[in-house]
Design a protein around this ligand. Structure first.
Ligand SMILES: *[C@@H]1O[C@H](CO)[C@@H](O)[C@H](O)[C@H]1NC(C)=O
Ligand SMILES: *[C@@H]1O[C@H](CO)[C@@H](O)[C@H](O)[C@H]1NC(C)=O
Ligand SMILES: *[C@@H]1O[C@H](CO)[C@@H](O)[C@H](O)[C@H]1NC(C)=O
Ligand SMILES: *[C@@H]1O[C@H](CO)[C@@H](O)[C@H](O)[C@H]1NC(C)=O
Ligand SMILES: *[C@@H]1O[C@H](CO)[C@@H](O)[C@H](O)[C@H]1NC(C)=O
Ligand SMILES: *[C@@H]1O[C@H](CO)[C@@H](O)[C@H](O)[C@H]1NC(C)=O
Ligand SMILES: *[C@@H]1O[C@H](CO)[C@@H](O)[C@H](O)[C@H]1NC(C)=O
Ligand SMILES: *[C@@H]1O[C@H](CO)[C@@H](O)[C@H](O)[C@H]1NC(C)=O
Ligand SMILES: *[C@@H]1O[C@H](CO)[C@@H](O)[C@H](O)[C@H]1NC(C)=O
Ligand SMILES: *[C@@H]1O[C@H](CO)[C@@H](O)[C@H](O)[C@H]1NC(C)=O
Ligand SMILES: *[C@@H]1O[C@H](CO)[C@@H](O)[C@H](O)[C@H]1NC(C)=O
Length: 508
């Protein structure tokens, strides 16, 4: 090959590469989204207008309804919010047995609201195979009938039809490469997958690492369920594929991909229609806590929005709807059943998600409501040295720590160090590494203010509307960046927030 043709070939290759990258970027525009399920089993259900107001202030752009409530669909009109409506389980038999009933359902619940309300999917039934097995034989007919009604209205290209499954239909789900669907359902599953493939619809899956964890009798570590980093020896490795799994969520999704490919379907995308973690439970549910719920959902949202994909399909986005918007206090069952929500009936957050740099979902995130405090149990001598540094070379104004001033009490090194560390951290605009202090400091979302000692950061604006997507805040630390009290390797020091966990997940 001559030099010229080599160059030409290289140019050609580069051009092709560039085009591939561009088209990837274009499809990335519709990368994964995070939506929210709206259950309505509340004793004091907010009105549709109130619901939509909350969605708007939180910048929630995708919702799933458990029915096709007319008032709710009307309230969602002209908001740009994309809506998945559902055929409730009690209507499935009728629809699966009658094309006319299905057509009527679509006319009343979909066509009537288009185009004002942006309905983008119909979820036909909910976990039918496990929750309502006697309707299973007509499940695929129900999907086909709904689909043909959409075709008749020329809406099939805009609206996808699918049906959400419990992940319990996937057996032997670890290692994922050995997973398969419960064979009792194979005849139905094959028909269903054929339908999804031919209509370009996603496989809808409900993924609940909380239940997997609860039912595992200690086999699944809590950290693995919560997307927290694991020591390498605890990491789950699929011995067939050698893929490393750092969280249950990815493992379940890959198990679904493998179960589909076992039936020879390899190109059906997955949408997670429900996933979440309860913030409260009874004595038998000790891990249903606000902290765990916040950790799970914050990590989940970041994981999804980053389009990290799964070990089997890295970079393939798996859009996910959080379960759920409101705590459904009127639900029966265990206490946790009533506590999956992000908000209470008044729209007050149950906890504030930790979503630094996650884009523009959930306006009420608390990115800026973080504080830098002395680490529990830190060596007092190291704390004193760090305190001296902060109030000296660190140029923190420590005057309120003087006797008689508002932050003097309690007069101990940990409390004083906390005050100084936090001021420094706020002064540095929470730059990466600015809450390090030789390892004796840590970031928290709990406001350490007490009495008249008000910590900076605690009186900030509540509605931190994060508009950037960069992973780490500005790297411009201070001139003090070379001090042992300031850590210099960027995002890794904000371990308390969740980003680094995902970095770790993606690297492994
Ligand atoms: C509805 O959602 C689709 C899918 O993202 C989008 O392309 C379309 O512009 C939206 N339509 C309206 C009216 O908002
Ligand atoms: C169902 O009804 C649609 C019209 O809504 C029609 O186009 C289609 O052929 C019918 N399908 C069956 C299986 O009867
Ligand atoms: C598979 O599904 C059948 C039918 O619902 C059920 O009886 C059986 O328990 C399931 N098998 C497993 C291992 O879950
Ligand atoms: C999948 O395809 C393989 C190879 O074509 C075939 O041997 C196998 O029977 C197929 N499995 C199913 C469940 O259709
Ligand atoms: C330090 O803080 C105190 C109390 O807030 C204030 O009165 C004083 O002016 C500050 N000193 C400097 C140098 O900013
Ligand atoms: C921020 O929100 C919390 C509760 O959501 C509230 O108690 C607090 O007063 C708010 N702070 C400001 C400055 O709005
Ligand atoms: C944040 O939440 C509070 C309630 O805690 C609410 O009053 C406020 O309007 C919200 N702000 C935004 C921008 O969502
Ligand atoms: C949050 O903090 C960043 C710097 O860390 C700052 O640029 C941004 O303006 C703050 N946002 C709000 C709403 O205070
Ligand atoms: C977020 O960014 C978009 C586009 O860059 C801009 O139009 C919008 O006003 C920004 N929102 C806020 C709250 O800064
Ligand atoms: C970072 O530092 C450089 C040089 O000191 C300065 O020009 C730039 O504006 C800073 N950037 C930010 C975001 O503070
Ligand atoms: C986001 O995805 C990229 C690759 O697509 C990966 O390198 C990075 O570590 C991910 N970040 C997080 C926080 O998961």
């Amino acid at each position: 090959m001559s030099f010229e043709s080599l160059v030409e070939n290289l140019q050609m290759a580069l051009l092709v590469l560039l085009m591939l990258l561009l088209s990837a970027a274009a499809s990335g525009e519709e990368g994964a989204f995070v939506g929210v399920n709206i259950g309505t089993d509340l004793s004091d259900m907010p009105s549709p207008t109130q619901v939509v107001a909350l969605l708007k202030t939180q910048n929630i752009r995708h919702v799933r309804l458990y029915d096709a409530d007319r008032a709710m669909l009307q309230a969602l009109a002209n908001t740009g919010i994309q809506v998945t409506v559902s055929v409730p389980n009690d209507q499935l038999l009728g629809i699966g047995q009658s094309n006319a009933t299905a057509a009527n359902w679509v006319a009343r619940n979909v066509v009537a609201h288009i185009p004002g309300t942006n309905i983008t999917a119909v979820a036909v039934g909910s976990e039918i195979l496990t929750a309502l097995p006697n309707a299973a034989p007509v499940l695929v007919s129900a999907l086909r009938f709904i689909q043909s009604a959409l075709v008749a209205s020329n809406l099939d290209s805009k609206i996808k039809v699918s049906t959400p499954h419990s992940s319990s239909i996937i057996l032997d789900s670890f290692p994922p490469s050995q997973a398969f669907f419960n064979r009792s359902w194979d005849p139905i599953m094959v028909q269903l997958l054929k339908f999804l493939q031919s209509t370009g619809s996603p496989f809808m899956l409900n993924v609940y690492p909380y239940y997997d964890y609860m039912q595992s009798n200690g086999v699944i570590p809590l950290d693995y369920a919560l997307f927290r980093p694991l020591p390498p020896n605890k990491e789950a490795v699929d011995s067939n594929t050698l893929l490393h799994y750092t969280n249950v969520f990815d493992a379940v999704i890959d198990a679904a991909y493998f179960a589909m490919s076992y039936l020879n379907f390899t190109n059906i995308p997955i949408v997670v229609l429900e996933s979440g973690w309860p913030s409260k439970g009874d004595s038998s549910e000790p891990d249903a806590t606000v902290e765990n719920a916040n950790t799970y959902n914050s990590n989940l949202i970041r994981h999804v929005l980053n389009n990290t994909g799964t070990p089997k399909h890295p970079g393939t986005s798996v859009s996910t709807y959080i379960y759920e918007l409101y705590n459904e206090d009127a639900r029966s069952g265990a206490l946790s059943e009533k506590n999956w929500g992000l908000f209470d009936a008044n729209g007050v957050p149950v906890y504030v998600l930790r979503l630094t740099d996650s884009g523009t979902v959930f306006a009420n995130d608390t990115t800026n409501q973080t504080y830098c405090v002395a680490r529990d149990g830190a060596d007092p001598k190291m704390l004193q040295a760090a305190l001296d540094w902060a109030c000296g070379p660190g140029r923190v104004n420590c005057s309120l720590l003087l006797q008689g001033k508002s932050c003097y009490e309690p007069d101990n090194v940990a409390a004083h160090a906390t005050y100084a560390f936090n001021l420094y951290y706020q002064m540095m605009n929470k730059a990466p590494g600015s809450c390090f202090f030789n390892g004796v400091a840590t970031i928290t979302t709990t406001n350490p203010s007490h009495g008249t000692c008000i910590f900076p950061g605690s009186n900030g604006v509540n509605s931190t509307f994060i508009n950037g997507t960069s992973l780490a805040p500005s790297q411009n630390s201070s001139s003090a960046a070379s001090s042992p009290y300031v850590h210099n390797d960027g995002a890794w020091t904000i371990m308390v927030t969740v980003g680094a966990l995902l970095l770790a997940a993606a690297i492994l």
